[in-house]
Design a protein around this ligand. Structure first.
Ligand code: SIN
Length: 492
């Protein structure tokens, strides 16, 4: 089977593209777990858009550029911001249940925004958008869904991408998925870090595959650390949405002092890099807490039902207790470079969402611009990818060696942990110039070991760990290249 479009990843951008492009040809979605399991699914905050009469496109553009320290691509930012209201309407039309205040959408606040402009579905906006999109995707006759299928490498022949080599992780065999256009929608690489608030699937597979195929990768030093992830011994690094601070939560140190007041005029709602570093510094003297106990219990439970329940399971009552927090890796601002239509430098290869670099985020992403980016740039890519598919003729068959796919050694889990620890300690929130070259050498030695192990066969853990090593090296090289601190790259 040769598909018109091969979509790798099933987050919001991949699903949105699949629905639109399926009107023009056959689509295969390969996703390494279930369709619902993606970074998008865990997005709590919401989706930014100018929807209030007192707000303006200019203000949203200015906030995005300020957060990005003006390293953004201004055209990409303008495009994204001006498309936002139409994207919200599109989501409403397919059944997304945003919260409302009477007739209007209820808009919340997040760090770096000069207005309340975040449309949200309680505190689980990504899940709600995924639900609505999946409902549509499952019904479309042109869309073929392959769950438990992990893309291993892109197939590039005659200087064009013609699909991917894919591992069926249940049947344990490798097969080529051929396609006229291949679309990376595989999300970011938060799992590169020991402390991260991403799902386990966020292993940077798309960035690593694209880099190996010769795609241009940009801005990998800009890894965003979310200021407030749960910091409770033995419990997951669960994200505590910035919208909690948007609704009045404050940050206090072990002595109960509110330390953000002295750091930035926007206090707890300063851009994320500033809040994350302030917490990191404060933690040298003791734990840091997020505190929303001054708001009414009924309000907290109604506004943050998902977070309230999760914390309850971890033994914390959000309406009565302060919540111990610490920063965690959250978002990959860089990635596979594309133009405004999702095109990479490899013909036939397109990318959007967190795996991609359109330049829209600059040195630091503004909160709740990511789901928006997913919607806007996946839609932007459709006409270009359709035109490409119509212009390429056929795709040649490829032979692959599908034997020897089961890998039996057991130490890969330890190698993964080692990469995560190295990155957290040496290429994390604060980077030290004099450590980065040694760190790079260590990572390259790990990469060599993984390359050797792959000769014996490959399984999911090995493939993902190799991708993590490749991405860790890209981040470290980019951090070495950028000599001055800016946005979420802080170097001393
Ligand atoms: C959050 O809810 O704090 C995350 C939203 C985002 O990263 O944009």
């Amino acid at each position: 089977m040769i598909y018109d479009f091969l979509v790798i990843g099933s987050g919001i951008s991949g699903l949105n593209f699949s629905l639109d492009s399926a009107e023009h040809g056959t689509v295969a979605i390969v996703t390494k777990k279930e369709l619902m399991e993606s970074n998008s699914n865990y997005a709590q905050g919401g989706i930014a858009a100018v929807l209030d009469a007192h707000d303006s496109f200019d203000a949203h553009i200015a906030d995005t550029l300020t957060a990005g320290c003006f390293l953004n691509d201004v055209e990409a930012v303008k495009l994204m911001v001006t498309q936002a209201p139409a994207q919200i309407q599109k989501l409403i039309d397919i059944g997304v249940g945003f919260n409302r205040k009477k007739e209007d959408l209820s808009l919340t606040q997040e760090g770096g925004h000069s207005a309340r402009r975040i449309a949200h579905a309680h505190d689980a906006t990504g899940k709600e958008i995924e639900r609505a999109l999946i409902f549509q995707v499952r019904q479309h006759k042109n869309i073929h869904i392959f769950e438990s299928h992990l893309a291993i490498d892109l197939i590039v022949k005659n200087n064009a991408c013609q699909g991917a080599i894919v591992l069926d992780t249940e049947k344990k065999h490798i097969e080529p998925f051929l396609a006229k256009a291949t679309i990376l929608a595989s999300g970011g690489a938060g799992q590169v870090y020991e402390r991260n608030c991403n799902p386990r699937v966020a292993t940077g597979d798309g960035i690593a595959m694209a880099a190996r195929a010769g795609a241009e990768i940009r801005d990998m030093e800009f890894i965003q650390f979310h200021p407030t992830a749960l910091a409770l011994e033995g419990k997951p690094t669960f994200l505590l949405s910035e919208t909690i601070r948007g609704e009045g939560a404050i940050l206090v140190n072990a002595k109960g002092e509110r330390f953000m007041e002295s750091q930035h005029e926007l206090k707890e709602l300063a851009p994320r890099d500033i809040v994350a570093r302030a917490i990191y510094e404060e933690m040298k003297y003791g734990p840091v807490y997020l505190d929303i106990t001054h708001r009414e219990s009924a309000y907290i439970k109604a506004r943050f039902p998902y977070i309230y329940d999760q914390l309850w399971w971890y033994g914390i009552k959000m309406d009565k207790d302060r919540i111990p927090v610490a920063p965690a890796a959250h978002y990959t601002c860089g990635g596979v470079h594309t133009d405004l239509h999702g095109q990479t430098n490899i013909p036939g290869l397109f990318a959007f969402g967190e795996v991609a670099h359109t330049g829209v985020h600059g040195a630091n992403r503004l909160a709740s611009n990511s789901l928006l980016e997913c919607m806007v740039f996946s839609e932007q890519t459709v006409p270009t990818a359709v035109a490409y598919v119509q212009h390429v003729g056929s795709v040649e068959h490829v032979e692959i060696d599908s034997s020897n796919t089961i890998y039996t050694e057991t130490n890969v889990r330890d190698i993964k942990k080692e990469i995560q620890q190295i990155m957290w300690e040496h290429v994390g929130i604060i980077r030290h110039k004099n450590e980065l070259n040694d760190t790079l050498q260590k990572l390259q030695a790990i990469q060599d070991t993984l390359n050797t192990l792959q000769k014996n066969g490959r399984d999911e853990m090995l493939i993902e760990t190799k991708n993590l090593a490749d991405v860790a090296i890209l981040i470290t090289k980019a951090a070495i290249e950028r000599k001055e601190s800016i946005g979420c790259h802080f170097i001393v």
